[in-house]
Ligand binder design. Structure first.
Ligand code: PSV
Ligand code: MN
Length: 400
């Protein structure tokens, strides 16, 4: 029977180096006021500007030590000074710009699609924005172009799925051809929202096919919230990893659809199983998978920095538990067709309490044993609120 236990020193010595190489990228948009389509509940300390977002990301990195990179959205985050101002703003805080996220879903011209729009001038405009994003990434030293498209239709008959697929193929190939060596294109899929009848890149198979057609530097981005109910995400992860097509993750959790809740808040065992799939793939390969571990969450009600710190420590705990799975014992059980013993290998690792071990590990690296407590006791949140509230009031936020 699996029972909660603590890992031995020997076991820890085997897993901690891999855990130490786990770098988690923070999303700039996770620090700003966001909401649902019904409205926003504003937070006094939420970030308004790029500088605020980077300050908040630096605070998360300060207490966790594993988040040196920040993902940016081109339309929301690029300052007037352009690429150099962006890179400098990050560097001043000990951070780097991570994935570049072009935005071809917000402008009015994209009402009927971006690279799959029937209007060739809109398609060109979208591709030009993607090409500019490649140049921006190059200028700030980013290695990742993360592509998500809202393109799709709401009603049967509204668009030609085949024509749109071809336009996507051409567009991604053109953008891939413009990428420098060392830059990876990540193609993200999503089954629905904002389109509710069909989405042009609806699942991992379509993303994989388009990435392969684009070129060797294109891979698939798995956003854990972008699956239909019941889909086995760890199977997708294992399959893509074995194909050499797994490029990265957008971590979050969900109960219904793309809920953007904090990772592991609803189903930590699923996140654990995803990491087990990665551990197995890495063992088969003999090296770390070259993938980007990114967070894509918007925190409507939780304080944003706390939610992000909670997410990072949860990811570390679940990753550590996955590394604890005895893969030799697991394989032995599989060969004996001992299903119960195989499952127990997973359950035992999942039930192991790694929190005290990770606290000691953090301290040994000069980090706070409890990142959340360290952030809470720092006074950062109230200082940020005091500094930001007057700006919010001035910009018309609905504050008393
Ligand atoms: C779309 O739902 C998505 O997951 C994409 O990754 C976007 O970049 C992100 O959310 C923020 O809108
Ligand atoms: Mn995403």
């Amino acid at each position: 029977m699996a029972s909660p236990s603590h890992p031995s020193d020997q076991t820890l010595a085997a897993i901690l180096p891999r855990l130490g190489r786990l770098s988690i990228e923070l999303p700039s948009w996770g620090f700003a006021d966001t909401g649902t389509r019904f409205g926003k509940f504003l937070q006094d300390a939420a970030a308004l500007s790029l500088d605020d977002k980077l300050d908040d990301a630096a605070e998360v990195h300060r207490v966790t030590g594993c988040c040196p990179q920040v993902a940016v959205h081109v339309l929301w985050d690029v300052p007037e000074g352009g690429a150099s101002a962006l890179a400098n703003a990050a560097a001043q805080r000990g951070l780097r710009i991570g994935s570049i996220n072009p935005n071809v879903f917000q402008d009015q011209c994209y009402k009927h699609g971006s690279v799959s729009n029937e209007d060739p001038s809109i398609r060109r405009r979208a591709i030009n924005h993607l090409l500019e994003s490649v140049r921006l990434g190059q200028a700030v030293g980013s290695r990742t172009l993360a592509l998500w498209f809202a393109d799709g239709t709401n009603y049967p008959g509204q668009g030609s799925m085949i024509r749109r697929k071809r336009w996507f193929t051409e567009a991604l190939a053109e953008v891939h051809a413009a990428m420098p060596v060392g830059m990876t294109m990540l193609v993200e899929y999503k089954p629905f929202e904002p389109a509710f009848y069909h989405t042009d890149i609806a699942d991992w198979g379509m993303a994989c096919a388009l990435a392969r057609r684009a070129g060797p530097q294109a891979k698939v981005l798995v956003d854990t919230g972008h699956h239909l109910p019941g889909q086995n995400i760890e199977h997708i992860v294992a399959f893509l990893a074995d194909e050499g097509m797994l490029g990265g993750f957008h971590f979050n959790d969900r109960h219904y659809a793309d809920d953007d809740l904090t990772t592991g808040s609803i189903d930590p065992y699923r996140v654990f199983r995803i990491f087990v799939a990665i551990a197995e793939a890495e063992r088969a390969l003999g090296h770390d998978l070259p993938i980007d571990y990114m967070i894509d969450q918007s925190h409507n009600l939780k304080p944003k920095i706390e939610a992000m710190v909670q997410t990072v420590t949860t990811v570390q705990e679940l990753f550590a538990k996955a590394l604890l799975v005895d893969l030799d014992a697991l394989d032995g059980a599989r060969q004996r067709r001992d299903i119960v013993a195989a499952e127990e290998c997973l359950k035992h690792a999942f039930a192991t309490d790694v929190r005290a071990a990770l606290a000691a590990w953090r301290e040994s690296r000069g980090l706070p044993a409890d990142p959340l407590a360290a952030h809470r006791s720092s006074g950062y949140e109230s200082r940020a609120a005091a500094a930001r509230l007057p700006r919010k009031r001035a910009s018309g936020g609905s504050y008393a």
